[in-house]
Design a protein around this ligand. Structure first.
Ligand code: NAD
Ligand code: UDP
Length: 319
């Protein structure tokens, strides 16, 4: 297939491009570098099956030549307001990537009669009242909360994707991605994994927000990409959760990082600067992914973190 990947220069997009090329496909990467970096694609630029177009997906998209599949991953993804790359500091761009970007990429899929895959998120469940989260859960989202620019854009994107499927018969798929980590996460986007690993490598105390009892379930990037690839090849049109169901409190997570890095500086608790909308619990129910895709994660948190640390060491010039 010749596959358009938006958000190609980001963390997940770059791993996706690499995997698709390794599977023998041709890839057209698209990105405007708002949170991503050309460095993430540097190792792919000599591949004759890889092309890149610098473009903002909020504007009309024209791709020369035939496209067989469109994977829409372009969107800021970090909620942290203390980073300039956090989506609360890019609110309009985030809504445009989720709304206009989804419309434009669905338009490409329609024009080329291509299959389509939307990168959605566990954030569409908001601060969930159901635990763990199944795909049937409708979510608990404040439409005007500070996270709403991301959550509601993704909810709109899901609705639009289903509308194109039902009305235009487009061959769509929706993946609801839960917290994923690994090499090529942006050092300064404020997400918990880059923050903690970086602080630990510098010998600083880890900044735990709130009481640290909120939970997340962290998936290593290779596991996630495997699930997404299987979904792309499947015929499933309804959303599928992909994530690692191993749930951990942020406090335990901080202790794990300090132990794996050998950081003696401990932890400092920071007041939550997030107006109380930090989801308290998050864990995917992956029954559907297991049944439909025969997929489940294979990499434990310790293994995944050990695979990630060298990347951050390299970025910090420690190796
Ligand atoms: P990222 O910030 O590393 O990558 C996003 C990429 O999209 C960046 O390269 C950015 O420059 C690009 N982009 C943003 N707006 C654009 C626009 N208007 N036009 C063109 N390019 C644009 O983030 P990520 O973690 O790789 O996330 C990728 C996708 O996966 C996002 O859609 C995000 O919502 C989704 N997701 C990620 C996670 C996760 O844990 N990493 C969880 C849930 C969902
Ligand atoms: N967090 C933290 N310290 C940090 C960064 C994040 O305690 O330096 C917490 C954050 O409050 C949240 C969790 O870690 O409870 C995950 O945050 P992240 O920004 O990675 O993404 P989220 O899962 O909230 O979308």
């Amino acid at each position: 297939m010749r596959i358009l990947v938006t958000g190609a220069a980001g963390f997940l997009g770059s791993h996706l491009c690499e995997r698709l090329l390794n599977e023998g496909h041709s890839v057209v990467g698209m990105d405007n570098f708002i949170t991503g970096s050309p460095e993430n694609l540097a190792h792919l630029t000599n591949n004759p099956r890889f092309e890149f177009i610098r473009h903002d997906v909020a504007n009309f998209i024209f791709v020369p030549g035939k496209i067989d599949a469109v994977l829409h991953f372009a969107s800021p993804a970090s909620p942290n307001p203390s980073s300039p790359y956090g989506y609360t500091n890019l609110p309009i761009q985030t809504m445009k990537a989720g709304a206009l970007g989804t419309h434009n990429t669905l338009g490409v899929a329609r024009a080329h009669n291509a299959r389509y895959l939307l990168a959605s998120t566990s954030e569409i469940y908001g601060d969930p009242l159901e635990h763990p989260q199944k795909e049937t859960y409708w979510g608990h989202v404040d439409p005007i909360g500070i996270r709403s620019v991301y959550d509601e854009a993704k909810r709109f994107a899901e609705a639009l994707t289903m509308a194109y499927h039902r009305y235009h018969g487009i061959d769509t798929r929706i993946v609801r991605i839960f917290n994923t980590y690994g090499p090529r996460m942006r050092l300064d986007d404020g997400r918990v994994v880059p923050n903690f690993i970086q602080q630990a490598l510098r010998g600083e105390p880890l900044t735990v927000y709130g009481d640290g009892l909120q939970t997340r379930s962290f998936c290593y990037v290779d596991d996630l990409i495997e699930g997404i690839y299987r979904l792309l090849l499947s015929d499933e049109h309804f959303p599928v959760n992909i994530g690692n169901p191993a749930e951990i409190t942020i406090l335990e997570f901080a202790e794990t990082i300090n132990r794996l890095v050998g950081n003696k500086a401990g932890i400092i608790m920071k007041e939550l600067s997030r107006l109380g909308d930090d989801p308290q619990r998050r864990r995917p129910d992956i029954t559907r992914a297991k049944e439909i895709l025969k997929w489940q994660p294979t990499i434990s948190l310790e293994e995944g973190i050990k695979k990630t640390i060298p990347y951050f060491k390299m970025k910090l010039g420690l190796e």
